[in-house]
Design a protein around this ligand. Structure first.
Ligand SMILES: Cc1cc2nc3c(=O)[nH]c(=O)nc-3n(C[C@H](O)[C@H](O)[C@H](O)COP(=O)(O)OP(=O)(O)OC[C@H]3O[C@@H](n4cnc5c(N)ncnc54)[C@H](O)[C@@H]3O)c2cc1C
Length: 408
């Protein structure tokens, strides 16, 4: 029924309205509530990236610069969050990076360069016993093996992860316990008013069509941010990511939680090139991660020249490409029964997320476009929460993340 979601006048402070209850919106809402601010989270329960994530916390992989120390703090931030809000799925785990036999000297040189880079980043934070070289994954010799210029291999490193299935199940309860109000509504539009903002809820099936006034609104809607506020910087873009959900482990590995990823992943490079694309491009990375009682297998990424979300790519074609890439590692992987799922994911092509006030729109904030969000979000959410609560210096350590209007 159409109506007003007006707030009780007894509330001393206007609630901050956060749009999106995924990793970004959920953790930001917990920080805002921790500062004593009333918070409403609005989420339309549409496709969300967080439950389909591998949930790896690349805490030692931050690029040299201000983000490095924030990322390195991620495990302790997650432990602090769990101490306050109960289990959120934090696990210690290993990361296994794998690479095939190199087809020629140039490929070998490239592998060696990336391997050195990864080892250099990891050694800043990990002891020698936390990095172990090993043989290629079983059966992963691949077609290049015959002409190989260098053998394949693996590098096992100490890592951490948040189980995405457990996080998605635990977040709504943690939000409620922290006093956050959770509205299951799709925001159709944000309109400026004299007093701030008016959120117009969707009026379709299941939508109330109601209006929610607010002085402070945070866009933490992942891939949905641009549709809500089209003048966000062009560097905020959307990819479509897909993975197979399978119920048994893809390969026998030593016991313990393990995330497996290719040493030379395609996704990051595709995101970096996104602003130069002339046509949609699909990449597939062969890896897997535990999730709940099952596993996520492979990761497809479709990036289009347009920064908006667009429709999901053809699932049959994308799943076929993903299975073909899995077969390149081990034919049996391609045959595993599973459910293929695709979700839109926000990213920025230079890699730095959008964190802060939207220039020229007082009271409108954005928290989106993360690379390595399971490391960055728990570290940056307290900074943004402090800024929203009125600390003008809270985001000073992150100059490049300020979201201007339009442009790059
Ligand atoms: C296969 C895969 C593997 C990944 N692996 C990793 C990894 O190992 N480590 C890592 O750090 N990251 C990884 N990622 C990326 C990471 O999962 C995402 O970047 C992150 O979860 C995004 O969180 P978010 O809160 O910004 O967005 P989302 O989780 O997408 O949440 C956005 C929410 O906003 C809601 N919403 C959108 N529009 C509206 C609207 N108009 N009104 C109301 N609600 C709305 C949606 O319903 C959704 O719930 C991976 C992603 C995928 C798909």
């Amino acid at each position: 029924m159409e109506g007003d979601l007006a707030l009780h006048s007894s509330e001393a402070t206007d609630p901050v309205v956060v749009i999106g209850a995924g990793l970004a919106g959920g953790l930001l809402a917990l920080e805002l509530a921790g500062l004593g601010l009333p918070v409403i989270v609005v989420d339309g329960a549409g496709p969300a990236a967080t439950p389909l994530s591998y949930g790896g916390i690349p805490w030692w992989a931050g690029p040299p610069g201000p983000l490095d120390s924030w990322m390195a703090a991620a495990p302790s931030r997650w432990r602090r969050l769990e101490a306050r809000h109960g289990p959120l799925g934090l696990r210690s785990c290993d990361l296994v990076l794998h690479w095939p036999a190199a087809a020629d000297a140039a490929a070998r040189q490239r592998q060696d360069g990336v391997l050195q880079q990864v080892e250099g980043l990891a050694r800043r934070h990990l002891g020698a016993d936390q990095l172990q070289h090993g043989p290629p994954l079983a059966g992963a010799a691949g077609p290049a093996a015959a002409a190989a210029s260098g053998p394949g291999g693996t590098l096992r490193l100490s890592y951490a992860r948040v189980d995405p299935g457990l996080l998605a199940a635990a977040l709504p309860g943690a939000l409620r316990a922290a006093g956050v109000r959770l509205l299951r509504e799709q925001v159709a539009a944000i309109e400026p008013t004299r007093a701030g903002w008016n959120l117009r809820m969707g009026a379709g099936v299941g939508g109330s069509g109601a209006a929610l006034p607010a002085r402070q609104v945070v866009l933490a809607a992942g891939a949905g941010c641009r549709a809500l506020w089209p003048s966000l910087p062009q560097r905020l873009r959307v990819s479509w990511a897909g993975a197979l959900l399978v119920d048994r482990p893809p390969l026998a590995l030593p016991p313990g939680d393990t995330i497996v990823m290719p040493l030379l992943g395609q996704r990051q490079g595709l995101e970096h090139r996104s602003a130069q694309l002339q046509a949609p491009e699909l990449s597939v990375d062969v890896g897997w991660a535990p999730s709940g009682s099952g596993w996520l297998l492979g990761q497809s990424s479709l990036v289009r020249p347009d920064p908006g979300q667009g429709p999901p790519p053809d699932p049959h074609h994308t799943e076929a490409c993903l299975r073909q890439a899995l077969a390149g590692l081990l034919p049996a992987l391609a045959e595993l029964p599973g459910r293929f799922v695709q979700v839109p994911v926000s990213f920025t092509h230079p890699g730095l997320p959008l964190v802060g006030a939207v220039a020229g729109d007082p009271g409108l904030w954005v928290f989106a476009g993360f690379g390595g969000p399971f490391a960055l979000v728990p570290a940056l959410a307290p900074l943004l929460a402090a800024a929203i609560a009125g600390d003008p210096a809270a985001l000073a350590a992150l100059p490049g993340a300020a979201p201007g209007v339009g442009g790059g």
